[in-house]
Design a protein around this ligand. Structure first.
Ligand code: ZN
Length: 437
């Protein structure tokens, strides 16, 4: 089979039911016209980093090590670091396989890629600015000299800084197009966050989501033009993916506040965490519970009784508290935690300490965000897989498939082996010549 280029664009939080509107936009329409598609069952928790890691490894959190967006740093609250460093991933990635095969690799704003040695042109996503001394330092410490000098430093003024938030959209859109155009990498992964941002701010559906899709369409159009100008359009497989959907947020159940009130978590005089018997690491619409390592059997039994009580208290709206053995069996989700809290759809499993135990939509202290994710993958909007190009079968539909199938499919398109991946190649979507023997 002829080796074709691969461009993977993650449209963060794009839903399958966004496709009809996307068809009305020029670049999406061009990509969708002859596309092969699947609806994707995502990874639990349905947050960005475990899912993007699954997309490049074919492995669930129990094996990749990326079990949440946030690292477990009790006491840091909303200053906890994200899993920004690629060295946290415990299994081989597609980037590694591509580099070993001599392919040139680029990644822009792809999660968990900082310090990734197998990416030639690397602009990592850094969601933990507090770790670094400013914008320039965060890139100096996490990527190579060539990416820095040629693409990052000349464009840093495109990052819109409104403390404490940074908006990378104009920077990412520009830099990704420039790398695609100038470097013509064999493999490129880009992560675009406009749609996710819109859904967080304004809820799952509405004109704000359509506006975000229009903005993504402009960027996709710039990629199609760059490929076309270089004569690469006919020889590049383009895949649009997404990582999770959203659910409208109805309630926050702040478990650490409940643990503190009941004496299972202790605060210092500044109301900061002193120590805990049980601590909740939030993952949006689910949570992960860590028990202290030195718990006596008696205290552990008391924690378990409290969890059973929380599960059966209607106002908390907690559907089920799973053991990590159960989530490993049913979801491939495991990590250094003991339990996973699955709430009813739309209920945030909160970790902050300066809140009331239960805050409902409409309350004065309800946080501004209206949409969120982290829920079990069966709820809410479902992620997309849209492939077009020389190795895809136009019009093919693989039905509902696991996100773990994406990395093996990318590997097959590139003629690579990814033996650690658990998923299978989406052969139904591929033209016969691209199906591995
Ligand atoms: Zn996301």
């Amino acid at each position: 089979m002829t080796q074709h280029k691969l461009l993977v664009v993650s449209v963060d939080a794009m839903h399958v039911d966004d496709i009809p509107f996307a068809r009305t936009l020029p670049a999406f329409a061009q990509i969708l016209e002859r596309a092969a598609v699947a609806e994707i069952e995502g990874i639990y928790p349905s947050v960005t980093y475990p899912n993007h890691t699954a997309q490049t490894t074919g492995c669930p959190p129990a094996r990749s090590g990326i079990f949440n967006n946030l690292q477990f740093q009790p006491g840091k609250g909303d200053r906890s670091e994200w899993f920004w460093d690629s060295r946290a991933i415990k299994v081989p990635t597609l980037f590694e396989a591509a580099k070993a095969a001599g392919l040139t690799v680029a990644a822009v704003q792809w999660p968990v890629t900082a310090n990734e040695q197998n990416i030639d042109w690397l602009v990592p996503e850094i969601a933990s600015p507090q770790v670094f001394e400013g914008l320039e330092d965060q890139y100096r410490q996490t990527t190579d000299e060539a990416s820095l000098e040629r693409y990052i430093l000349p464009n840093l003024d495109r990052v819109v800084i409104r403390e404490p938030k940074r908006n990378y959209f104009p920077f990412v859109n520009h830099v990704s197009e420039q790398i695609l155009r100038n470097e013509r990498p064999d493999v490129m992964f880009v992560h675009l966050v406009e749609v996710d941002s819109a859904r967080h701010a304004g809820g799952s559906y509405g004109p704000h989501v359509e506006q975000a899709l229009r903005e993504v369409d402009v960027t996709l159009g710039s990629y199609l033009k760059a490929l076309s100008d270089n004569g690469d359009l006919e020889t590049t497989n383009i895949v649009l993916v997404s990582d999770h959907g959203h659910v409208d947020t109805e309630q926050h159940t702040n478990l650490n506040v409940i643990f503190a009130e009941r004496g299972f978590l202790r605060l210092d005089t500044e109301r900061k965490l002193a120590d805990y018997d049980v601590f909740c690491l939030g993952a949006g619409l689910s949570g992960q519970l860590f028990l202290a390592e030195d718990l006596t059997a008696e205290r552990r039994a008391e924690v378990e009784a409290l969890l059973a009580e929380i599960e059966s208290t209607p106002e908390y709206r907690i559907e089920k508290i799973w053991t990590s053995q159960e989530t490993l069996r049913d979801y491939g989700l495991d990590g250094p935690f003991d339990y996973v809290v699955e709430s009813e759809p739309g209920v945030i499993v909160g970790m902050l300490l300066d809140r009331r135990p239960v805050v409902r939509r409409g309350d004065d202290d309800f946080p501004a965000y209206l949409g969120n994710h982290g829920h079990a993958p069966r709820h809410g909007g479902q992620p997309v897989f849209i492939g077009t190009g020389p190795d895809f079968a136009p019009g093919a539909d693989a039905g509902r498939r696991s996100m773990l199938d994406e990395a093996p499919t990318f590997a097959a398109l590139l003629g690579l082996d990814l033996p650690a991946a658990e998923g299978v190649v989406l052969t139904e979507l591929l033209a016969t010549a691209a199906v591995p023997a």
